[in-house]
Design a protein around this ligand. Structure first.
Ligand code: NAD
Length: 283
């Protein structure tokens, strides 16, 4: 399953939406100098610009007090010409991420991490949904992978990948199992999976012999090893799977594309073209 090709199409669609909607602004807040975070922000800005979205770049030193970060996020959320607000995670250890995420207006929460948006997803009325799970669902749809009634197994239960993708699969009528670090017998679950999502962050955790023959396998993992960037799924699994995403070139490019799509969605909320279920200005 080619994430690069699909992501390019999504980004072209976003660019068309932006031409129709007029100026769209995505504000990002980067705290500290973590090189990986700086790289991610750079990629997001570049992709935004290519789609015609204007990035608004805020950078704060690593020792910025939490109140100051919360203040900036709240200020951007209140700003009339800002469509999306994205505090880049992880934040430095002295900062409570929940508090910062809580300061984002849910209507502008393009990451979909605010409790209001997480709650809407849980209730089966998705609003702004985290980008990686959206990208996973888009890939499954693009490749006509049946979801309704099938066994879907998600390895990983994080708030940004595992839990939200499990909810999306459930809404698409899969029978969903969520595995995690305390799961007793991982292979007993994965061997049943018609759709297998690996999001544990552990290189080679999903060996080829624990993949059900013919399964659709989504490898979310991004693990830096001596051999370069690898996923959570052993390379040999490609021989057993019916369809599989490569690393790199699978889920990664989809995440950025879906972030841009979320930004367009937020712009439609702000312009009143789409109704946000709980109304605006909740924070
Ligand atoms: P996380 O560390 O927050 O969560 C990992 C989850 O995996 C946990 O729920 C844990 O219980 C589970 N887990 C760990 N070891 C396990 C094991 N041996 N057996 C079963 N479950 C196990 O990670 P995350 O933020 O969800 O990210 C997961 C991976 O996906 C990472 O490699 C990350 O880099 C990658 N990722 C990629 C993208 C992308 O765009 N491609 C986006 C987000 C995350």
């Amino acid at each position: 399953m080619d994430g690069r090709a699909l992501a390019a199409r999504v980004r072209a669609e976003v660019a068309e939406d932006v031409r129709e909607l007029g100026e769209i602004v995505l504000a990002t807040v980067l705290v500290g100098d973590d090189p990986a975070s700086a790289r991610y922000i750079g990629l997001k800005h570049k992709a935004a610009e290519e789609a015609g979205i204007r990035p608004l770049d805020h950078r704060l030193p690593a020792n910025t007090p939490e109140e100051e970060i919360v203040g900036l996020v709240a200020e951007l959320s209140a700003q009339g010409d800002v469509d999306g607000v994205l505090p880049q995670l992880p934040l430095p250890p002295h900062v409570d991420e929940t508090t910062v995420i809580g300061a984002v207006d849910p209507v502008k929460d393009v990451d979909g991490f605010h409790p209001v948006n997480a709650g809407q997803l849980y209730l089966g009325r998705p609003t702004l949904v985290p980008a990686t799970p959206l990208g996973i669902m888009a890939l499954l749809e693009e490749y006509d992978v049946p979801i309704a009634g099938v066994e879907a197994v998600v390895v990983g239960r994080s708030d940004i990948v595992g839990k939200p993708v499990a909810h999306l699969l459930l809404q698409a009528n899969a029978t969903v199992t969520v595995c995690h670090s305390r799961t007793r017998d991982l292979s007993a679950h994965t061997l049943r999976a018609d759709v297998l999502v690996a999001a544990a962050g552990s290189a080679g955790l999903v060996r080829a012999d624990i993949v059900k023959p013919g399964a659709a396998v989504i490898d979310v993992g991004q693990n830096e090893t001596d051999a370069g960037l690898v996923g959570d799924v052993e390379a040999e699994a490609a021989q057993r799977a019916g369809a599989i995403t490569p690393v790199p070139g699978g889920v990664g490019p989809m995440t950025i594309a879906m972030l841009l799509r979320n930004t367009v969605r937020a712009a439609r909320y702000r312009r009143g073209q789409l109704a946000f279920p709980l109304g605006r200005g909740l924070t």
